[in-house]
Design a protein around this ligand. Structure first.
Ligand SMILES: [Zn+2]
Length: 400
């Protein structure tokens, strides 16, 4: 064993290093430590000085690695009587929690890795149980993001994300101005949102000027009840997403009824119809042209989609109302059942489309948040522990 000391790497307070053990072939490095008896031990619970030793204990504590070796501290410590707590307590150390099997600095390192890697990757990298990795990261996240901060909110974006293979939902509330995830809660009902608004003061609720939403009645109901001054705005991203579903139903029916030679044109066109015109390559543009030529209903639906997007470009109320009425007329006259149904739906929710004139919500912002949340979800956090998933989402959107 080398005579060069490693103590400089372990400059913890009130500690004496007693020995070090490491075999060349082993991947472990064990450092023996005990409390420096020149210092009076303090209670790990209340910090009071203690004197009467009850017993000596020992445990192994994981610390930061040295070179490729995993470092364990073999810690011997006292249990003493605390005059303040009136019971036996273990002595306090500045480098670890009394109940943990890792040092503070090791925990901070795990947390910093979790910002860059998945729990599984960190677990494999450090050769540490994944539950320990998750619990360490969750502990830090709770300190940083556990509280809901209601101050300064004026425009909210409310969305939902499905977890556990679409059987369960989480509601997400974002501060539109900063992009910060303010709150996330289980389910997607009016009562879900109520539980968020209930904790706000009257002043904070009155300060909410607008809320961007999907056309989802439970959310609408809760916003109307809780935010007396809020205008409800339906954003383009969610409306088009719903329209795409209707468009796909039209396409599927047209495929079933099509002549054999037309079937091959309709087949595989779903993606082309969903994608923006500008994003299509030459082959896709040609495919779209053929599709529009051979099928009137698909062609009409496609035009209606383009016109629908235009509705969000108006800045004057009267113009927006007129354009919406025109859209509804074309949709109804098309005779396509899905378009007639959709026109009725848009009329029911027309107030939220018109409100967009006053509150120009950037749909890309909503789409961006939505996509990032899906990426976090795919990292498997959500399936294991919804509370941890919520904290990871809040960490990903801390706000500017
Ligand atoms: Zn105490």
């Amino acid at each position: 064993m080398s005579s060069v000391s490693v103590s400089q790497f372990f400059n913890f307070c009130n500690i004496r290093i007693t020995n070090q053990e490491s075999e060349i072939s082993s991947k472990k490095f064990v450092l023996g430590m005990h409390s420096d008896n020149r210092h009076c031990p303090h209670c790990s619970h209340c910090g009071t000085k203690m004197q009467k030793i009850h017993s000596t204990r020992e445990r192994y504590v994981r610390d930061l690695s040295l070179s490729e070796k995993k470092v364990f501290i073999h810690l011997r410590y006292f249990q003493l009587f605390c005059p303040q707590c009136h019971r036996y307590r273990v002595e306090k150390f500045d480098f670890l929690e009394p109940s943990n099997r890792y040092t503070f600095r090791f925990a901070r390192y795990v947390h910093s890795l979790c910002k860059l890697m998945t729990v599984k990757e960190v677990s494999e990298h450090l050769d540490l149980d994944w539950k320990t990795v998750k619990n360490i990261d969750k502990h830090f996240l709770e300190e940083e993001f556990g509280d809901t901060i209601y101050d300064g909110l004026s425009i909210l974006m409310i969305d939902e994300i499905s977890i556990k293979k679409r059987k369960k939902y989480l509601t997400v509330i974002v501060d539109y101005a900063t992009g910060r995830i303010v709150w996330m809660g289980k389910d997607h009902w009016a009562s879900t949102l109520d539980s968020f608004f209930e904790k706000m003061t009257d002043e904070q609720r009155k300060a909410i000027k607008a809320v961007a939403l999907d056309m989802w009645d439970p959310y609408i109901k809760s916003v109307r009840q809780n935010c007396p001054n809020a205008k409800i705005v339906f954003d383009l991203f969610h409306v088009v997403k719903q329209f795409n579903r209707a468009m796909n139903t039209v396409r599927n029916r047209e495929y079933r009824n099509a002549k054999k030679e037309h079937k091959k044109v309709i087949k595989g066109s779903r993606y082309i119809l969903l994608k923006g015109k500008r994003k299509l390559n030459q082959n896709e543009k040609q495919h779209l042209k053929e599709l529009i030529e051979i099928n009137k209903n698909i062609s009409t639906t496609y035009i209606l989609k383009d016109l629908l997007k235009e509705l969000w470009k108006y800045k004057y109320l009267a113009c927006a109302k007129k354009a919406l009425a025109e859209w509804t007329r074309i949709a109804k006259e098309s005779g396509i059942p899905e378009m007639i149904y959709y026109a009725r739906r848009l009329n029911k929710y027309s107030y939220g489309i018109i409100n967009h004139c006053k509150y120009q919500i950037n749909s890309g912002k909503i789409e961006g948040t939505n996509n990032t949340l899906k990426v976090i979800k795919r990292s498997a956090y959500g399936y294991l522990d919804p509370n941890y998933f919520i904290l990871k989402c809040k960490q990903a959107f801390p706000g500017k």
